[in-house]
Design a protein around this ligand. Sequence first.
Ligand code: ADP
Ligand code: MG
Length: 332
Amino acid sequence: MQNLLEVKGLEKEFSLGNGFFKKSSKTFKAVNGIDLTIKKGEIIGLIGESGSGKSTIGRMVLRLIEPSSGKIIYDGKDLTNLSHKEMKEYYRKMQIIFQDSASSFNPRKTIGEQIVNPMLRLGVANTKKEAEEEVLRLLVKVGLKEEHFIRYPHEFSGGQRQRIGIARALALKPEFLVLDEPTSALDVSIQAQILNLLLDLQEEFNLTYLFIGHNLSIIKFFCDRVAVLYKGRLVELADSDTLYKTPYHPVSRMLLDSVLSLDKKPLLDNVNENTGKGGGCVFSEKCGYAIDVCYGAHPEVVHLDGGHQYACYNPPIEEGVEFQDEPQRKLS
Ligand code: ADP
Ligand code: MG
């Protein structure tokens, strides 16, 4: 499979600006040296605790915020230094769906009108009539009705609002979508509907997804590969099956434990006496497996066969966790 997106050494430093007149010189690295490749037609999951840098990565990839360093290469083209004018084509090809995508709609305009406008602006449709017809078709495609075209954003439920956000993204004929926790605000039954819709659309339009989430039970059936993030660092990357059956990194185990049923033994319960020391590896402070070397420097990435990679000095692999149920591509 061909690479659609390559991210190399991506970093984001925010200034902890508390100075009123000038920016504070103190900075905080929210994203630290991320290398990631996404193949055409693939669904890759980016998971991690809240604050681990997932949204920042998603937004940098789309150049909605600027990286502090690193490269973003899309379909062979280096986007990192393109001007906003040069980015126009990519602003169309790359779309984002976030938790409440319809919140960015203007409450005083119909949703149809608001999907049509960017189509005309970005040249996806030549005439207003052509755009309107396409939007009607898309509304039905995402599970809404044609008559919803003339409704206002507040008239829709949470699930419907996500469908509208998806229709707006699709209207621009994108190739690549960042899905930033698209179902986190929805009821479980609605979540499944939206995720199944996203899977159907991915297949039909051969889309590539970067799916951001923290719930591993969703990632499991949704993603081909999963990247695990902790404090801005990519700590493990593997195909979904491998990550579930033989996670190498204690952070992956921690995230798996949080979706394991309560009768299963948590894997990080062996408390290390050094825990709390900090320094070195980003997880050393909390890690039950930390040994002396972990407090020195953050570990290099180790590459295993089959594209499995992890960054850990002391992976607790001898206690391999086995998930019984196979990943499925549909939720019931
Ligand atoms: P996630 O999506 O994984 O929850 P984010 O990417 O939103 O995490 O944030 C990563 C870290 O960067 C967090 O600690 C957050 O507070 C910080 N952060 C995000 N945006 C900004 C900003 N504009 N200025 C300063 N800090 C930010
Ligand atoms: Mg986020």
